[in-house]
Design a protein around this ligand. Structure first.
Ligand code: FES
Length: 349
């Protein structure tokens, strides 16, 4: 009855304990404790499963030989019962375990036999084939190059030569973006303007300096009238008259007047003896009058009013070879020094 009935896990464990207990002499647990043991069984089964793994390995299986099944066999039976609903026969797991352990190498052998013509894909097989040299295996680039070189059939692929890319036409090139006018450009423009103004000013100053330097190359020569000049014949100077027409050109008056009881033609310099101003002949007043400080001189040149300290100066005068009166301003004669007595400063009429 019990063998024909499908055994639960608890029953199997109970039977296993009973079997163990029978050998060790322990009392059989009561029937009520079975569920408790059944609940604890999965927890206790965990460590036993690890111990059950080696049970699949070729170990002497006492249950399989028809004897009493061990605890491991019982656990294996319980797993089988729980998983696939296999028959609860105790001796059955042992024969199942043996074919399972033996099936692993058997399963590999047919698989290897099937993959015989195909190329090995695992690393060990590839390395083994490479060592033998009859199968393509992993090789370095130099080995591959040498193999391609030594290829007797010339099946090595020639390197692919890629032609250079043609140059882009002008219209295909992207246009340069317009440069935005930023603060830096404004600063550059300011500096550029400042430099322009600076260099322009420097150029102008240099030009003026060059012109001023050129002027020094041409000395400022004062062009004066000749010191000797002719004023005409003596008949052109009547007695008691002062000729003023040579004052502007030569700076002299030519007069025909009496000096010390003697009628003479003489030439007076039109330069005031005070500070050098130019007096004027006043025909109505018959005197030379200086406009600067009011000095006055008689017709013969003697000072009589104003700050002038001395009479006007006479110039050298003579009758030239052509009969004209010639005056020489390079020689002067002063009355206070008695030089008017010199006949060189007058022409007797
Ligand atoms: Fe002729 Fe002074 S300069 S009066």
């Amino acid at each position: 009855m019990a063998e024909n009935k499908k055994m639960s896990v608890a029953e199997i464990l109970a039977a296993a304990r009973k079997a163990d207990g029978g050998s060790s002499g322990e009392a059989e647990p009561p029937a009520e404790a079975a569920p408790v043991e059944a609940e604890a069984a999965p927890e206790a089964a965990a460590p036993e499963t690890e111990a059950a793994e080696p049970a699949t390995k070729p170990k002497p299986a006492t249950g399989a030989s028809g004897g009493r099944p061990s605890v491991a066999e019982m656990m294996a039976m319980a797993r089988a019962e729980k998983g696939g609903g296999a028959k609860p026969a105790a001796p059955k797991p042992a024969p199942k375990a043996k074919p399972a352990a033996a099936a692993k190498p058997a399963a590999k052998k047919p698989a290897a036999a099937k993959k015989g013509p195909a190329e090995p894909r695992d690393t060990a097989s590839i390395l083994a084939a490479a060592r033998k040299g009859n199968k393509p295996g992993p090789m370095s680039k130099s080995e591959a190059a040498a193999k391609a070189k030594d290829d007797p059939k010339g099946k090595a692929k020639a390197p692919i030569v890629v032609p250079p890319m043609p140059a882009k036409p002008a219209y295909a090139k992207p246009a340069a973006p317009a440069k935005a006018k930023g603060k830096k450009d404004e600063v550059d423009e300011g500096v550029r303007d400042f430099l322009w103004v600076g260099f322009a000013g420097l150029g102008a100053v240099t030009a003026l300096w060059s012109l001023a330097s050129l002027k020094f190359l041409f000395p400022n020569v004062r062009r004066e009238p000749p010191s000797k000049f002719k004023v005409g014949f003596p008949d052109a100077y009547p007695a008691g008259q002062v000729q003023t027409k040579f004052k502007a050109q030569y700076g002299v008056w030519v007069a025909n007047a009496e000096y010390n009881g003697q009628q003479q033609i003489y030439a007076l310099k039109s330069v005031c003896t005070h500070l050098g101003c130019t007096p004027s002949w006043l025909e109505a007043e018959q005197k030379y009058k200086c406009p600067c400080h009011g000095s006055g001189f008689y017709k013969d040149g003697i000072n009589f009013e104003g700050p002038a300290p001395r009479p006007l100066e006479r110039c050298a005068i003579r009758i030239a070879d052509d009969g004209q009166i010639e005056i020489d301003k390079s020689r002067t004669f002063q009355e206070e020094m008695g030089q008017w007595e010199d006949p060189a400063c007058y022409v007797s009429v």
